[in-house]
Design a protein around this ligand. Structure first.
Ligand SMILES: [Zn+2]
Length: 394
């Protein structure tokens, strides 16, 4: 039997002692922000630290050179802490992924030192997941099977409040292109097929689909190419729509087919031809695991932090963590680093503030204590996996 109380105390102490590392990682990534799939500095920095701590590291997994898997141990269950480290153009670490990396390292290192992989029969993994903001690196990793041998995965995202993690939406952006026939709009309009007229009708019609859809859909769009010159009948026009809904099933089975059928109808009516594609992958909604939420909530309280279980969160957010939750039990918690909102320069500054670093340390403690609980009560993993396969087969 594991002495959970005692191991928990040691985890908390160990993470306290990692405070300089947490700050150093947060600050150096803050000072060297890198865009998705270009996180060479960040990846090397994290891998160096993990190798010094005795982790065995595989780089370039899932075909992405800045993705990695660092592991200690050979037994099941395999428990992963996910790091992110990509920044945003212009505003650097305005989404705080530098702190996500700090938390994952602190939790992974503390667990691997306090809870021996051999004695506890567990494998501790720190997973380097690049390009969250762009291609959704975890979607690529999920498709490449990276999560198939991971039994539970944790991640902590900075924000305005401490939480057990909220819902995120499903998203599958669409690009539609109409091909017509160019002609002189003044001298020979009858010789053309106007691709812009088709696109404008499609734009209005797709927006109007909302009148007969669930309230919880978002279908904003823009025309990205509307023609070249007013005196030429446009022969090619393109629009992009950011399509979001609460459930990926609804997206796949109802919303996307409705939009597609509608656009095809416009093409037939206008004599144009339609190209229909997705310019980003399907981001699935985050599945909730109540068992993980209960454990996390208990550990926030244990650390003296009151949280609200009202985890509905603001609607419309999307994350590639959703893809992970469809492969293996996983949870993304939120931790507070101040009042500023994400995707701003002020938020980037908050990640290296005293409150930011303290927030990251508490989040690392919550994740490490929760991992300990999952490892100590093994039945939970089986229970969550049964829940997952029921959803997968729905
Ligand atoms: Zn983010």
């Amino acid at each position: 039997m594991m002495d959970v109380e005692n191991l928990g105390r040691k985890l908390v102490e160990k993470i306290e002692s990692l405070s300089p590392m947490v700050e150093n990682v947060a600050r150096s990534l803050y000072e060297h922000p890198e865009l998705g799939l270009e996180e060479v500095f960040a990846c090397r920095k994290l891998v160096d630290i993990l190798e010094r701590q005795g982790f065995w590291v595989e780089r370039g997994i899932a075909g992405m050179k800045t993705a990695f898997r660092a592991a200690k141990g050979r037994e099941r269950p395999v428990v992963a802490f996910m790091a992110e480290y990509d920044a945003l153009p212009e505003i650097g670490h305005g989404c705080g992924h530098n702190l996500i990396a700090s938390v994952a390292l602190a939790a992974g290192i503390a667990c691997s030192e306090v809870i021996s992989p051999e004695e506890a029969q567990v494998t501790w993994v720190v997973l380097g997941t690049p390009a969250e903001e762009t291609i959704g690196g975890k979607i690529v990793m999920a498709e490449a099977g990276v999560f198939d041998d991971i039994d539970v995965a944790f991640i902590a995202h900075p924000g305005q409040r401490n939480s057990v993690g909220g819902a995120s939406w499903a998203s599958w952006p669409v690009e539609i292109t109409f091909h017509g026939q160019a002609s002189h709009a003044g001298a020979n309009p009858q010789g053309g097929v106007n691709a812009l007229d088709a696109l404008v009708q499609a734009y209005i019609g797709i927006r109007n689909l909302r009148n007969s859809l669930d309230d919880s859909v978002r279908i904003p769009g823009v025309i990205t190419h509307g023609g070249d010159a007013p005196n030429v009948v446009p022969d090619k026009t393109t629009a992009r729509f950011s399509i979001r809904a609460k459930s990926s099933k609804y997206l796949e089975e109802v919303l996307i087919p409705r939009i597609r059928t509608f656009a095809e109808g416009i093409a037939r009516a206008t004599g144009t031809t339609l190209e229909f594609s997705h310019y980003e992958p399907l981001f699935r909604e985050t599945l909730k695991y109540p068992q993980l939420q209960d454990i996390v909530e208990r550990n926030w309280r244990r650390l003296g932090v009151e949280i609200s279980r009202d985890d509905a969160g603001p609607g419309g957010g999307v994350t590639d963590v959703g893809a992970v939750t469809w492969r293996t039990p996983a949870i993304q918690i939120g931790f507070r680093i101040g009042d500023v909102r994400g995707h701003t320069r002020e938020f980037a500054q908050a990640t290296v503030s005293e409150t930011g670093i303290q927030g990251a340390l508490v989040a690392a403690k919550v994740l490490a204590l929760s991992a300990l609980d999952v490892v100590a009560e093994r039945g939970i993993i089986e229970e969550m996996k049964r829940q997952l396969s029921a959803v997968q087969n729905r």
